[in-house]
Design a protein. Structure first.
Length: 104
């Protein structure tokens, strides 16, 4: 490094720089403009987006996993875990002990 900081010239360049890496675990934006926040959410290529707070890592109540070369694959926490780790099976059970004539 030459001792000078490199900064993006504007929002679009900042998003482009952020998206131009092989990782996409999490990103954070501090901003007061709701439109800019929404634009960030729509454009940033990460698995977890924080607005006006830090990227503290996985949170048990949220599906968490990265994209690109980040994370450990599918989003494994929160309600997404139920779908990821479960297989849906439909069962019809008559436990009355009676035989229904229409099926015999």
């Amino acid at each position: 490094m030459n001792g000078q900081e490199n900064y993006a010239k504007d929002f679009d360049e900042a998003v482009q720089i952020a998206n131009n890496v092989e990782f996409g675990l999490a990103a954070s934006l501090y901003c007061n403009d709701v439109s800019t926040c929404q634009k960030f959410v729509n454009q940033i290529e990460v698995g977890l987006v924080h607005i006006n707070n830090s990227t503290v890592g996985g949170e048990a109540q949220l599906p968490f996993g990265g994209i690109k070369s980040s994370g450990i694959g599918p989003h494994e926490l929160g309600l997404a875990a139920i779908d990821f780790f479960s297989e849906k099976v439909s069962v019809s059970l008559d436990y009355s002990g009676r035989r229904e004539a229409k099926f015999v």
